[in-house]
Design a protein around this ligand. Structure first.
Ligand code: PEP
Length: 252
């Protein structure tokens, strides 16, 4: 199965409107249409930037994503952003379950299942993040932890729905720490992920689903990680804030 590569930049809570606009323009100048024919590229920008970015990207193959949404449809949730609002921008994708949301905002697998439903209901794709903490890796419970994150967050979806989801394995101990999982460590979890997707949805669907790796991906390690058979691209944090590094990762 030939899965199209996918590199996504998660800007987190970084860049003013002007800085963000300049960074987007720099990335657009560097990433060619031929890069985008072989690799999907999406920018997960802060909410405040989305409409301007959508206008700027109009006509480009580069896609736009949001970093979060609320799990309810609408209502008295001051300060929150709904999937319906994001679809009206429009954005193509929404990140669900980033470890920083799980860790700092107490998001559980059960809550994330509802967010995934909202994203799909409004016609967008979900990028569902999962991954173990350092303690869970060291006490060897990590396979069980990631299995539970995937099954509770996603396995209520039908076959027609799951194909609108990209998975992103991000070991918490590797995010923003400079410590990357080795290509072998990442491949182990990616292969496990694909095997549980196969058990649940069958060979054809599991072979078509994309599984990204995230956690201190940089130009120097991207090629080795992306060469693994079950790693289909990357979710990039720090290195996505530098147009040159982001371009080099896309080219890898
Ligand atoms: C992330 O935020 O999803 C991420 C992987 O960050 P970093 O690349 O900085 O580790």
């Amino acid at each position: 199965m030939n899965r199209k590569r996918f590199v996504a930049g998660n800007w987190k809570m970084n860049t003013s409107m002007n800085e963000g606009f300049q960074l987007l323009k720099d990335i657009m100048d560097r990433v060619s249409e031929s890069d985008l024919e072989t690799c999907d590229v999406s920018i997960f920008a802060p909410f405040t930037h989305l409409k301007v970015f959508q206008n700027t990207l109009n006509g480009s193959l580069m896609q736009l994503g949001a970093q979060n949404c609320h799990h309810e449809e609408a209502g008295a949730y001051t300060g929150e952003i709904s999937a319906d609002m994001l679809a009206s921008v429009p954005v193509a994708q929404v990140l669900v379950g980033h470890s920083e949301r799980r860790q700092y905002f107490g998001e559980t697998n059960e809550l994330l299942a509802k967010k995934v439903d909202q994203v799909l209901k409004h016609g967008m794709q979900a990028v569902y993040c999962y991954g173990e903490t350092l303690d869970q890796r060291e006490d060897e419970s990590y396979i069980e932890v990631v299995t539970n994150q995937i099954s509770t967050g996603l396995f209520h979806l039908s076959a027609e729905e799951i194909v609108k989801v990209t998975l992103a394995y991000e070991p918490v101990w590797a995010i923003g720490t400079g410590k990357t999982a080795s290509a072998g460590q990442a491949q182990e979890i990616h292969a496990h992920t694909r095997s549980i997707l196969r058990e649940k949805y069958g060979e054809e669907i599991s072979a078509q689903l994309r599984i990204l790796y995230g956690g201190s991906v940089k130009p120097s390690n991207a090629l080795e990680l992306f060469s693994m058979p079950d790693i289909d691209g990357g979710l990039i944090g720090g290195a996505a804030l530098n147009a040159q590094s982001f371009e080099a990762i896309i080219k890898a």
